[in-house]
Write a protein of this length. Sequence first.
Length: 148
Amino acid sequence: MKTKFSDYKEHYYKLEEFARNEFDVNIVLDSIYEDYFYEMISLITIGKKQNWRGRYYSLLHEIGHLIISKDNDYRETYYPLGKQHYIHANHNSKKAYISLVFEELDAWKLGLLYVKNKGLIYDLEYYHKIMTENVMSHALYGIKKLYF
Ligand SMILES: [Zn+2]
């Protein structure tokens, strides 16, 4: 899909509204926050320091985590840690590492599917670029913890 940089602000707010209406989630954009989904309190925070395109893809990704959390069987079915969230696991286990990497990949995929289904914009070249950077940083972190 062709995207214009100037469209991201409008589509960020559209995406925010779709997610709020559908999932009963709070979404806060502020410079004091990192991009994160707080599952226990159903809150997504998006860092304001990035431009509108960056904020948009961050929100897409966090909505992916939200979608995973809303499905009670998802983690149990697809991740070796099962129901347990990787943040509560022993970080030095292979199962925790694989669960983390898989969930990061799935959050990107489900977030993109969500955006596509809503008819919102996406630029695959940019999406693949930031997804690769993001997943690599998680993967490297886990590998270092496990093997070095
Ligand atoms: Zn993530």
